[in-house]
Design a binder for this molecule. Sequence first.
Ligand SMILES: CC(=O)[C@@H](O)[C@H](O)COP(=O)(O)O
Ligand SMILES: NCC(=O)COP(=O)(O)O
Length: 242
Amino acid sequence: MLKLGVNIDHVATIRQARGTKYPSVVQAALRAEQSGADSITLHLREDRRHMQDADIFALRPLLQTKMNLECAVTSEMIDIAIQVKPQDVCLVPERREERTTEGGLDVLTHYAKVEHAVKKLSEQGIRVSLFIAPDLAQIDAAAKMGAPVIELHTGTFADAETEKAQLAELDKITSALNHAKAAGLVVNAGHGLHYHNVHHIARLPGFEELNIGHAIVAHALFVGWDHAVSEMKSLMKEFAPR
Ligand SMILES: CC(=O)[C@@H](O)[C@H](O)COP(=O)(O)O
Ligand SMILES: NCC(=O)COP(=O)(O)O
């Protein structure tokens, strides 16, 4: 069954806007799990604009499902990940001045560095995922370096302004998914997925998990957190192949 990873970064964004103790990311995570989340995703950015180190350490023993920690390929982040020991670490690209994650991790250009990180985390029993563009050469490099999981960046698909552009991106995602499955990889997807576009991705056979955050946090303002999570889960269930 297609799984939902709920990304709670932007619950922390609201908290950090005022430097308050609320809204609680722990409460958000636990209630997301009760509302159907199969895992909790969080991104510890180098600039700590939303999630803080203390959040990650507090959440780790409390989560009932699993933690998918997203982080850049830096020695600081790899050391933190090894201390926290989440079930999954997803290595992502990061530019300090970006508004959100732009594009996938270029594992071809940074092959040696990423391979080293995959090895270090895997030795600790952490399952490593690489957040990459739907690009066959990137997938081949991910498989070659021994990453067991990839997450396909769906941001270009989500941002497409015409149906033609959206379909072209969907074709790329479909080919990438099939290519990665044939290479024996577990394949996730995420970024920019919303209640109005998730069906295109959920209906493709082969994905293990979709990671969705910003749209759920935004929708929760109007329908409440529990409902926003369960509505996304229901939509995915409705469209996922049986
Ligand atoms: C890696 C990814 O796609 C998401 O975790 C996203 O980065 C959420 O955090 P930002 O919105 O800060 O990019
Ligand atoms: N890896 C993608 C993710 O966790 C959620 O991204 P978004 O839904 O906040 O765009």
